[in-house]
Design a protein around this ligand. Structure first.
Ligand code: DQA
Length: 145
């Protein structure tokens, strides 16, 4: 069974109430439900987590070396700032998928740089909560599921 981990970074716990014009009305629990439904349909297991703390995300990415076959990461604002997350992802041997609800390239210039992108197999951005299901599809597909 493919083991997929989906990690969420800072402020994503506020989905649903945070800038709904940008991120939509779906909550993180709604995103999780979409991802879980897709994982279930594909026969994959899903570990779904969120933290506001960079070091916690680094710890989880390191733990994924043993626990996950593929990693999906919506690193939130750390996408644009974190060399530590970039380095941790480099040590993960399976495929990494960068995920965003919005399309950072259509937003402020400071969101155009990603420290996740250079170590990702692919990027899913701009599809709102539905992107969570698309990312699980992509991860399972890369694992041959
Ligand atoms: C985000 C995009 C980031 O630029 C932003 O800092 C977020 C959310 C997204 O899912 O669209 O927190 O990762």
């Amino acid at each position: 069974m493919a083991r997929i981990w989906l990690l969420n970074g800072p402020n994503l716990n506020l989905l649903g109430v945070r800038e709904p014009a940008v991120y939509g009305r779906a909550t993180l629990a709604d995103c999780e439900a979409l991802a879980r439904a897709r994982a279930g349909a594909l026969g994959a297991t899903l570990d779904f987590r969120q933290s506001n703390h960079e070091g916690v995300l680094v710890d989880w990415i390191q733990a994924a070396r043993d626990g996950a076959d593929a990693l999906i990461l919506n690193a939130g604002a750390y996408t644009h700032t974190s060399v530590a997350i970039h380095d941790a992802l480099k040590a993960f041997e399976g495929p990494v998928i960068e995920l965003h609800l919005s399309n950072p390239h259509a937003r402020e210039p400071f969101r155009h740089r990603s420290f996740v992108g250079p170590v990702a197999r692919g990027v899913i951005a701009g599809f709102g909560a539905q992107g969570y299901a698309l990312a699980v599809d992509a991860a399972a597909g890369l694992l041959g599921g």
